[in-house]
Write a protein that binds this ligand. Structure first.
Ligand code: BGC
Length: 325
């Protein structure tokens, strides 16, 4: 055979091979797409899908709102929700409960990110087993979690910075815990405050997401630094704790900035004892996380980050005219 014929033959063979390879790749992708919903949510007959939600703390009112939203969506989509978490803040217990949910073959897991490599390993294990995991409230970005649903925490911290930056003086800061959402809020806050030379942070303490400890730590800062004119708290129970400390140690001349809208916090606003609070949407987080799971089981891949809104609440929100003294 002439060289030309050989070349033509080879070209033809190569083209056929390339077509077959492409067809194979496309069919594999298509099959994966079709099989994935079955893998990630095995349905024995009409058994409803079973979701486990692991909060940072079981009876924390903020997490109860996330649970409420998740239950609403679960009801709407015909899924079952199991809410199980530590009684008091305890990241090791969150890990144990995650391991348990994987062993029990949950159809999906909602959890708080805690920024721990071992925990990330467990999330990856769940993903390997076809159990989709959604991080709510706090992301665990380096894991194989399916998505994050919650506040953009760096932005929320910046927002707090902008509120406080309207004044000048010394600030005492409370963070709720060592969880990554608190660190991001603090970073965002510092990035704004750092631009204002007339503002300085005296100290940052942790309230261990306890109202009592928030009150103790805030009172200790107020006694240790008489020059503190402002308090800023980054988690839900810090507002009520700071109000309590202020009532005891410094009833006058202190401006307090809080997070979330627990009843004591909004009451503090109404009474002019609190300057403003940054309000997250915990109920919405729970609802949206379950809705994303529902979509996922229908074959839709969610965006990796699904931010819920925050808003600033001050006295004007209650329609109360006039400014605070
Ligand atoms: C935070 C949660 C935390 C809660 C504690 C919220 O502001 O986003 O991570 O568990 O406060 O009370």
């Amino acid at each position: 055979m002439s060289n030309r014929k050989w070349n033509l033959g080879l070209l033809l063979l190569f083209t056929v091979f390339a077509c077959l390879l492409l067809q194979f790749v496309f069919s594999t992708l298509r099959i994966r797409e079709l099989v994935r919903p079955l893998e990630s949510g095995p349905q024995d007959g009409d058994r409803p899908r079973h979701i486990v939600l692991i909060p940072q703390e079981l009876d924390n009112p903020y997490w109860r709102s996330i649970e409420q939203g998740a239950r609403e969506a679960a009801r709407q989509y015909g899924m079952e929700l199991d809410y199980t978490g530590p009684f008091r803040i305890n990241p090791a217990e969150q890990s144990r409960l995650l391991e348990k949910a994987i062993a029990a073959k949950a159809d999906a897991i909602l959890l708080q990110g805690i920024g721990d490599p071992q925990y990330r390993g467990l999330i990856d294990k769940a993903a390997e087993r076809g159990i989709p995991v959604i991080a709510v409230d706090t992301d665990e970005p380096e894991s194989r979690r399916l998505a994050y649903v919650g506040t953009d925490n760096t932005e929320a911290g910046k927002r707090m910075g902008e509120l406080v930056a309207q004044v000048s003086g010394t600030i005492g800061v409370l963070i709720g815990s060592e969880a990554p959402n608190q660190r991001l809020r603090l970073e965002g806050f510092r990035s704004v405050i750092g631009r204002y030379p007339k503002l300085e942070i005296a100290e940052v303490r942790s309230s261990n997401i306890s109202r009592l400890q928030a009150a103790e730590q805030a009172a200790a800062m107020l006694s240790g630094y008489p020059q503190i004119g402002y308090l800023a708290g980054f988690s839900a129970l810090d507002g009520p704790g700071m109000l309590e400390a202020a009532g005891r140690v410094r009833p006058q001349g202190l401006r307090i900035f809080a997070f979330d809208d627990l009843p004591e916090t909004t009451e503090g606003l109404r009474q002019c004892r609190l300057a403003a609070t940054i309000v997250q949407q915990p109920r919405q987080m729970g609802y949206d996380a379950v809705a994303l799971l529902h979509d996922y089981f229908q074959g839709k891949t969610p965006q990796p980050q699904h931010y819920t809104d925050t808003s600033v609440l001050d006295r004007s929100a209650f329609g109360i005219g006039g400014s605070c003294p």
